[in-house]
Design a protein around this ligand. Sequence first.
Ligand code: GDP
Length: 323
Amino acid sequence: MVLGQLGGSISRALQQMSNATIIDEKVLNDCLNEITRALLQADVQFKLVRDMQTNIKKIVNLDDLAAGHNKRRIIQQAIFNELCKMLDPGKPSFTPKKGKTSIVMFVGLQGSGKTTTCTKYAYYHQKKGWKPALVCADTFRAGAFDQLKQNATKAKIPFYGRGIGKLLGACKNARALLLEIGYGNAGKSYMESDPVKIAAEGVERFKKENCDLIIVDTSGRHKQEAALFEEMRQVSEATKPDLVIFVMDGSIGQAAFDQAQAFKKIVSVGAVIVTKMDGHAKGGGALSAVAATKSPVIFLGTGEHMDEFEVFDVKPFVSRLLG
Ligand code: GDP
């Protein structure tokens, strides 16, 4: 269910309640159940929806509704406030300051749009007069460095990393040598530890070059991949980021909460960016990611191009969600 459809379903539920001559507990419950269904279909986590339903029931006074107040408006306002509350973790994220070096590390599932978002984030700040730089610590996905390099070159942003071709070549040689001397499995750990080194080197270099926003892209991973999670922890330890941003595909669905929480357990996620909000993205994932990471959404990705990137603002987002 896309955002507009969610808004449509909620509006319909409210309209049906407004049409009822008497608002009793049953009418209110029917309305809330309808809204619950719409939110679940939009991938808001079940527990969040249930809590919201309980809160609304506490806030909405049946006597007020019976006395002819504008029922639709009262409930709509309560839903609006509850959704805003869900998107506000209560504290702002770390905000980098222009002219002062900040290190920002990007984490997320493979395919979430992390590499694209790193460049968007750099480009957004560059346009405002910052001096950003990109470090590619993704040596896992073939072509990740080339993709980052291509984007960075287009935006004239300095970058650091190693092409997979070169790395695989080095690994192959190292592995062949290790196999020859009887350490067959050691080649693998050589490859796994490398991103940590690359990340640290890149950060050091750009610190020396006085870049004020050093962005570290890491390999995409799933919560089931323990080794890659360990590598992410090591990259974080080596680069000491001021901010870790969790990048999430807006259409990930009910899996959003568990995945976001898995990342939060390993690195200190401080902000969320939701991508692909231009496509069939569902609004619920954003609510779940905020709840799981206790961090605010700071930007939305709204397309594949470098400038399709919006600052996230809670109230307009919820208004759009409600249609
Ligand atoms: P990564 O594996 O997380 O680094 O993901 P990528 O940055 O390679 O992105 C995966 C795909 O999603 C690419 O085809 C991107 O062009 C696309 N993508 C990223 N962000 C957005 C977005 O906001 N909207 C749309 N429509 N596509 C996006």
